[in-house]
Design a protein around this ligand. Structure first.
Ligand SMILES: NC(=O)c1ccc[n+]([C@@H]2O[C@H](COP(=O)([O-])OP(=O)(O)OC[C@H]3O[C@@H](n4cnc5c(N)ncnc54)[C@H](OP(=O)(O)O)[C@@H]3O)[C@@H](O)[C@H]2O)c1
Length: 321
């Protein structure tokens, strides 16, 4: 860019055709950045940044001067753990207020789904039956605590909406709880996650995937929850120990679960969870970033790194999110 040419970038994904998904949105920034597929790059040493999602293990290797690996979404777990990512490359995520609002609305739906056992009404609709339920069948919202694992961008957006619906919200935090609680209570410190689970009739996971959080939704956590509680899994598939969830549902320890993310995506068509009436399956649909905003934020980040500035959307690579 210093010589007036656009900053060179490359699409790197082992799972998605990023050019097809984002190419037209980056076209609006073509005077400042140029993104191409790996096979179109003649001089890999000129590539400064990558737009990336689920990169293959050696995806970054051909680009010795790569300064930035930009995720197309909020999560960066597949990028920060990629073995070929240069040690000094900055990794960015997308921060989209609209994405937070979408996530909050989705979580609100799951809270109502489990709190009011909406499957009951869907089943009766299928049979054309007018089956009303007594208000005493539900725990009053004010007595139905919703727990949050992950009190970051997504967790705060969810807390704002769920507290407004009249449910007490408890969030797990690792350090001192924030002063501005907005009606949220906190469990802090080492065993914050288990303590939060123990208070939660409905437990929502929006943790990032790190070494510390992989497999965190497991038998120990389910056994800490009140009997008949529900799990809402919106983080990453690898947070969940699948067999432990099946056992917790079979024993009645958990009454139900909503699963939006899976360790294998797409969830195979013959997977039993599709047909399990205790589970609500959605296809990693809880929220998404606007591609217009992705292009604008990644373009800004590319210009920042070339100018020696740290982009606002940079994550802490050592933390893994
Ligand atoms: N299903 C979907 O459609 C969808 C959409 C968007 C995002 N997601 C998932 O949601 C995740 C979170 O997104 P975000 O934007 O909210 O991320 P974020 O702003 O980085 O927030 C992550 C939060 O998790 C906390 N955390 C990290 N490790 C923890 C641990 N071991 N114990 C307790 N808290 C811990 C962090 O606490 P500190 O403040 O202490 O660092 C931070 O508050 C993403 O990484 C992605 O996996 C899913």
């Amino acid at each position: 860019m210093a010589d007036g040419r656009p900053v060179e970038g490359v699409y790197l994904s082992g799972a998605l055709d990023l050019e097809a998904l984002f190419g037209r949105y980056f076209a609006a920034h073509s005077d400042r950045v140029r993104l191409r597929r790996p096979e179109e790059i003649e001089r890999p040493e000129e590539v400064c940044f990558a737009l990336t999602w689920l990169p293959t293990a050696d995806a970054f290797r051909p680009y010795p001067n790569l300064k930035l690996a930009a995720s197309i979404a909020a999560g960066v777990d597949s990028i920060v753990h990629c073995p070929s990512l240069p040690a000094d490359a900055i990794v960015t995520r997308v921060r989209d207020e609209n994405q937070g609002d979408l996530m909050a609305g989705f979580a609100a739906w799951q809270v109502v789904w489990h709190h009011r056992n909406m499957r009951f009404h869907i089943n009766h609709q299928m049979r054309g039956e007018w089956a009303r339920r007594n208000v005493d069948d539900y725990i009053p919202p004010r007595d139905c605590t919703v727990g949050l694992l992950g009190y970051g961008f997504m967790g705060k957006a969810i807390a704002r909406v769920v507290t407004a619906m009249g449910f007490p919200v408890v969030a797990a935090v690792r350090t001192a709880p924030p002063e501005q609680a907005n009606g949220v209570t906190f469990e802090a410190g080492e065993d914050a996650i288990l303590k939060t689970a123990a208070r939660s009739r409905i437990l929502i996971n929006v943790l990032p995937l790190t070494h510390a959080t992989r497999g965190i939704l497991n038998a120990l956590l389910f056994s800490a929850m009140p009997k008949g509680a529900a799990l809402v899994q919106l983080g990453r598939g690898e947070h969940l120990v699948d067999e432990d969830l099946n056992r917790a549902l079979d024993s009645g320890q958990l009454a139900g679960a909503s699963l939006d993310v899976f360790s294998r995506e797409p969830l195979p068509p013959d997977h039993p969870w599709w047909r399990d009436p205790r589970i609500l399956v959605t296809p990693h649909q809880a929220s998404d970033c606007s591609p217009v905003l992705v292009a604008a934020q990644v373009c800004r980040a590319a210009l920042d790194v070339v100018a020696g500035r740290r982009p606002e959307t940079a994550v802490h690579r050592a933390n893994g999110y």
